[in-house]
Design a protein around this ligand. Sequence first.
Ligand code: CA
Ligand code: CA
Length: 259
Amino acid sequence: MLGVLMWAGVESAWATFINPLGGGNGRELSLQTILDQRRSTAGQVPFDVDDDQRLDDTLWEFSSGRSWATVVIEIASYADGNRFGLYDPLDPNRRVEVFNGAAIGGSRTEIELLKTAGGYEVRINGQARQTFGSDDFGFYLTSKVNRTFFSDPALNPDVFPRPPNKNEPVDHLVSYTGRAGQTLQVGNQSLSWGAQDAVLAWEDLFNGGDRDYNDLVLLVQNVHPRDPDPVTVPDGGSSVVLLAIGLAAVLGVRRGRWK
Ligand SMILES: [Ca+2]
Ligand SMILES: [Ca+2]
């Protein structure tokens, strides 16, 4: 018998709470306002930073071999020191920096992934920088005070100190894929924000801080949340299938924690 299993990624079943006041005691623009001011479909197509979150934003894939990352806005007090990049989920210490602390709104970087004999070579603006073990990757943010937060909350060092989600691992990233024909205005650039393009919005403070997710907002084009990879089980694998069902149940329990 040949069983095919879906690898169950650990992901949240519920949207991540975003402070609607926008942080800075209301002096900063909220994430909703930031995106409404820039999206071409504002006033025509509803968009909601809570309801439209991608709940499967822990791991990603490129939609083809080449992608572009653009800084939409950075309004954190750490803005001049936040660094953003990709990490290898097989070894989260294997990272590629896409933007350093000097990046500002409109900064744009090309990312390529090339299959090689030894794995997947990651190139930044044409320069080989790192080799990943698979074509899946996560995103990370290293804050000005050298805290690194990952798109997979399970890797993060902090928990929310108060409700909602008190004592649960902090989700520092909320993500939104776009829709066909939609664009996002970034400075004088009008960039596609379609179904294969994602806005990534980060909270850069340990313990979730003010939970406004407007500290670093990026558009990464030509990506999508990782498809669950089928795992082929060899003949006689029925016990493995049962084991995997048990594992899925355990993961389901873990997932439930992250409401
Ligand atoms: Ca998330
Ligand atoms: Ca913040």
